[in-house]
Design a protein around this ligand. Structure first.
Ligand code: HEM
Length: 179
């Protein structure tokens, strides 16, 4: 997992819960990196899982909810860091349908070792999109947060239903309908 995901995560934790909580979860997580991340580095996903688990224990907020809120913050980071990628789109459905064959393809060019999910499109109309998220990291709530913000970015909104195809969240169907 890319360092930018860790640095921005710890930044948000500090903003919302304070530096003491950042120090506390780093200490409890016993991290190989010791919690020292650079945005272009690459670190084991298990470090993120450890940090999330301890943050969830200390705040009593579920990991899914933490990932959702974090993704909403991360969208702003992506939009600021890679404005060119988003500016090519003028519609949220069009943008979401292009994650797999355009956006994340560009991401791999920037970070060849990025660990990305796959999105398989099952059905697409002007105002709806059904796709299957697949990733061993089971970050579907992170996907949901990014999708919410994608609609907001285009001053739009949608109903997004997630249906787990695998209990562990490694395969999830997203049914997206623009309001
Ligand atoms: C400009 C737009 C975007 C950029 C630059 C971008 C870039 C990235 C980067 C750098 C990561 C981390 C990879 C790693 O840690 O190795 C990531 C992960 C991810 N991205 Fe994107 N992304 C964009 C848009 C989106 C959107 C709109 C979605 C909507 C669903 C999405 C879904 C995800 C998910 C779910 C992950 C977590 C990894 C996983 O589930 O396996 N991305 N993306």
């Amino acid at each position: 997992m890319k360092g930018i995901v860790f640095t921005e995560f710890l930044e948000l934790v500090e903003q919302k819960f304070g530096l003491e909580v950042v120090d506390d979860i780093i200490e409890k997580s016993n991290l190989p990196s010791q919690g020292v991340y650079t945005s272009i580095g690459t670190y084991d996903f298990s470090e993120m899982l450890s940090l999330l688990t301890h943050l969830s224990e200390s705040t009593k907020i579920s990991i899914d909810d933490l990932l959702l809120v974090y993704a909403e913050h991360f969208f702003a980071v992506l939009a600021t860091s890679y404005p060119g990628l988003i500016e090519q789109y003028n519609d949220p459905i069009e943008m979401l349908a292009s994650i797999e064959n355009h956006i994340h393809v560009e991401v791999i060019k920037i970070y060849p070792d990025a660990e990305l999910p796959t999105f398989e499109i099952l059905e697409r109309t002007e105002n709806s999109l059904i796709m299957i998220y697949k990733s061993s990291r089971a970050m579907h709530y992170f996907g949901l947060g990014l999708m919410n913000k994608t609609f907001e970015h285009f001053n739009s909104s949608a109903e997004i239903i997630m249906k787990k195809l695998k209990e562990d969240g490694t395969q999830v169907k997203f049914i997206i309908t623009k309001n």
